[in-house]
Design a protein around this ligand. Structure first.
Ligand SMILES: [Zn+2]
Length: 423
């Protein structure tokens, strides 16, 4: 039996997680420790929001990493800064680890970078504004403060917990097997991954869709337009590409699968350099097209769904119109986090924690409503939950804020979930 499976069964079967059970004495201690730091947690948030740390701002990303690193060292973690090769052009990652053997081995995933920078912290009533306040410096504060409350109660002793805060979540460096190696290594030594992207009230994320890019190229026999559909000329490259897109449009639909052609060039000559968002096409209305290029993406919830879609697309591509050829190439951009039974068992545990805290039930977030995130890179290795971070609005936009009154509840929920998973 795999560790993941064993954990899932444990979570489902153990009466510790039964609904409505009162908090245990150590759990009440953890909750009190969170309440005692209500203002101090907000001060920590203000400190890191005041450091501009857009993905491109390597010095700022490191500085935020140093602050969280120092906080985690004070809780008994060993920390290191993972450097990335120069050509990757990213700041690197903070990795912090406590060793132990008790209960599930936990991986906590945050990120230090933000999309925008430059809006300093300011508090207005119950809201904390500033670049990255919600996405995800608020989530990082949830991680650190949950661990601090556990530490205060001696509940980190003997537990293996790894914290990875990446420096380039918003714009992951390439290649992913280099820039996500530290994250994958940590996951390969863990049983459970918890990620702290934004919280949607009453839900946690058990599945996130992945992204696969594709490029379709067709050719036709160039010649005078009056000869199209004739034996020598056939249908031309543009009709062939159109046939394929039309068949994709009608023939592939299933829940959580989307596919979108985003750019279409056709004519006598076409050129679309790899990785660019623009190219050229030349042709005339009286010439049968010799070439067409289409680029698009495809979003999927599981590796099986991706494979099924790719197979169906290849079959459509192969049914060429007369005197045309077509090829399609796929490029996996981001793997998916499939909503596994193990992930749902974690959600069940979180639901129990939330009910016991009096903060209500927790349900599954709709996977079609989320983009990809760092947890997707390790979802094949561990059971996981995402969406445990801050409650806020305006992520990736001016006026980003976090709801400060919700912060203690989120910290308590995470702390108790870790506590129950590592008993
Ligand atoms: Zn984020």
């Amino acid at each position: 039996m795999s560790a993941r499976y064993a954990l899932a069964i444990l979570l489902l079967a153990t009466p510790l997680f039964s609904r409505g059970a009162a908090l245990s004495r150590p759990e009440r201690g953890i909750v009190a420790a969170v309440d005692a730091r209500r203002e101090a947690a907000i001060e920590l948030l203000a400190r890191v929001v005041d450091i501009p740390s857009a993905t491109e701002n390597h010095a700022g990303v490191r500085e935020v990493g140093e602050i969280f690193g120092a906080e985690l060292r004070a809780l008994g973690f060993e920390t290191k800064w993972v450097e990335l090769p120069g050509e990757v052009n990213r700041a690197g990652h903070l990795v912090a680890e406590r060793k132990g053997t008790k209960g599930a081995r936990i991986l906590l995933i945050g990120h230090l970078d933000s999309v925008l920078q430059g809006e300093p912290y300011r508090r207005e009533g119950s809201r904390g504004y500033g670049s990255g306040a919600a996405d995800m410096k608020g989530g990082d504060v949830v991680i650190v403060e949950a661990l601090r409350a556990l530490h205060t109660e001696g509940a980190l002793e003997g537990r293996q917990i790894i914290v990875v805060m990446t420096g380039d979540e918003e714009k992951p460096g390439s290649p992913h097997d280099v820039t996500r190696a530290a994250l994958v290594d940590a996951a390969s030594r863990s049983d459970v991954a918890l990620a702290f992207e934004g919280y949607a009230p009453g839900t946690a994320v058990t599945g996130r869709r992945g992204i696969c890019d594709w490029r379709l190229e067709t050719t036709g026999s160039q010649g005078h337009s009056s000869t199209i559909f004739g034996e020598a000329r056939g249908s031309g490259a543009i009709f062939e590409a159109s046939r394929i897109l039309s068949a994709f449009h009608d023939g592939l639909r299933e829940p959580y699968l989307t596919y979108n052609p985003g750019l279409f060039l056709g004519g006598t000559e076409t050129s679309l350099p790899e990785g660019s968002s623009g190219g050229t096409a030349t042709g005339k209305h009286n010439v049968v097209a010799r070439s067409a290029i289409v680029e698009g993406d495809l979003r999927f919830l599981s590796a099986a769904q991706l494979a099924r879609a790719q197979e169906a697309m290849r079959a459509i591509v192969a049914k060429n119109l007369p005197k045309t050829t077509a090829t399609i190439r796929f490029d996996l951009n981001m793997p998916s986090m499939a909503p596994t039974e193990g992930n749902r068992a974690l959600l069940h545990a979180l639901d129990g924690v939330s009910r016991d805290l009096g903060t209500g039930p927790m349900g599954e977030h709709d996977p079609s409503q989320r983009g990809a995130g760092d947890i997707s890179f390790v979802a094949h290795l561990v059971d996981g939950l995402d969406g445990l971070g801050a409650l806020g609005e305006q992520e990736h936009a001016p006026g980003e804020y976090i709801e400060l009154d919700e912060l203690p509840n989120l910290i308590k929920r995470t702390a108790l979930l870790i506590h129950r998973l590592t008993r």
